[in-house]
Design a protein around this ligand. Structure first.
Ligand SMILES: Cc1ncc(COP(=O)(O)O)c(C=O)c1O
Length: 367
């Protein structure tokens, strides 16, 4: 049985509803900003229950615009976790600020209890990541940040559709940034992103910065850039948002079944704790697996497309060499990088697929 990681061929097999709306958009020729994109921004703001949504051309730019809006720049430090996608840190560095890493906890999230020790007089922002579509302890992080007068900007790029006690990732801090990369829970046919905030003046700044700093066609208030989402992608995302609750529910059903099956193999398999009240997107279904390399080869041989996110934490990447970290700086994330596997869990898998994955892992461990 072949179990692909990539669900896009199935998701976009029938795109007739998207083509219908594209036809209307093409007839309208509203190809930059315009009513289709604005309608999507409103729809997403309502979905996450925030006052403002500004759509951007990808999640990396969503982070950059969010950081720039609070004035993050050279001389400032931004605290984040060392096991995230490159873009979290790339966006910090793009502003001229210095990234400061914190170790992961046993749920693969930023370890909230280690954040305070990383704060210095130069810390301007804490950037928790909703890694894999699960969420860190946002209450604890926001409490520390508030007590020190430091902003929180959430990298909720993987978190669309998740929640903590009913509240969406990206809505706890000053600004939340999201990605609609094809392998995110809400995806475009290419790149897309958003930022959300309740702060009127930050929203206004981000809206202008995204569009060259323009106040109207003939005047700019400040130097900006072009970070606009394409309306063609807003159409795709709007359809995706309608379908999102079903996607999240199905992935959670699959994850529950996978958790149950894999828990029989403890301690060879260690799964993260899933706290009450937290709903995940399962952008990544991760666990720690004994004898990882051989298990991975066994899965691939059996046509189960498993992956690793990621084998090398950010502080050990060549790009981070000037930051002064070394192996041993973040033992939890380093241990996880050596043992973790990401299994397919997407919404097009059925019970038989999940059971097949579990049975092949059981076969490997001779259960
Ligand atoms: C945690 C995280 N941050 C940022 C990004 C960047 O998003 P994008 O690829 O849309 O630029 C991604 C996804 O790629 C991500 O997973």
């Amino acid at each position: 049985m072949k179990i692909p990681y990539n669900y896009l061929p199935m998701q976009f097999r029938d795109s007739s509803a998207i083509f219908e709306d594209w036809k209307k958009l093409i007839e309208s020729t509203e190809f930059t900003l315009g009513p289709v994109m604005e309608a999507f921004e409103k729809k997403f703001a309502t979905y996450v229950n925030k006052k403002h949504c500004i759509a951007t051309n990808n999640g990396t730019d969503a982070l950059i615009i969010a950081f720039k809006s609070i004035g993050l720049g050279p001389g400032d430090e931004a605290i984040t976790v060392c096991n995230t996608f490159y873009a979290t840190v790339g966006a910090i560095v793009a502003t001229g600020a210095t990234p400061v890493f914190v170790d992961a906890d046993s749920r693969f999230q930023i370890n909230a209890s280690k954040v305070e020790a990383a704060i210095t007089s130069r810390t301007k922002v804490i950037v928790p990541v909703h890694w894999g579509g699960a969420s860190p302890d946002m209450d604890a992080i926001c409490k520390i940040a508030a007590s020190k007068g430091i902003a929180v900007i959430e990298d909720s790029c993987m978190g669309i559709g998740a929640s903590i006690n009913g509240r969406s990732p990206g809505t706890f801090g000053k600004i939340g940034a999201y990605s609609m990369h094809p392998l995110k829970s809400l995806n475009a046919m290419g790149d897309g992103g958003m930022v959300v905030t309740d702060d009127d003046s930050i929203a206004e700044w981000m809206r202008k910065y995204r569009n060259h700093g323009m106040v109207d066609r003939n005047h700019i208030e400040f130097w900006g850039v072009n970070m606009r989402l394409q309306p063609l992608q807003a159409v795709v995302a709007s359809h995706g948002l309608d379908d999102l609750p079903r996607v999240i529910e199905k992935r959670n059903q699959n994850a529950k079944r996978m958790d149950k099956g894999l828990s029989a193999f403890a301690p060879k398999v260690i799964l993260p704790n899933r706290p009450e009240g937290y709903i995940e997107t399962f952008a990544l279904y991760m666990g720690l697996f004994e004898d990882r390399e051989n298990l991975l080869a066994h899965l691939v041989k059996n046509e189960i497309e498993a992956k690793i996110h990621y084998p090398l934490p950010l502080h050990l990447q060549q790009a981070a060499s000037s930051l002064g970290y070394k192996r041993g700086s973040f033992p939890e994330a380093e241990m996880q990088a050596d043992k973790l596997i990401t299994l397919p869990i997407h919404q097009f898998l059925e019970n038989e697929h999940i059971d097949f994955i579990v049975s092949k892992i059981g076969e490997f461990y001779k259960f």
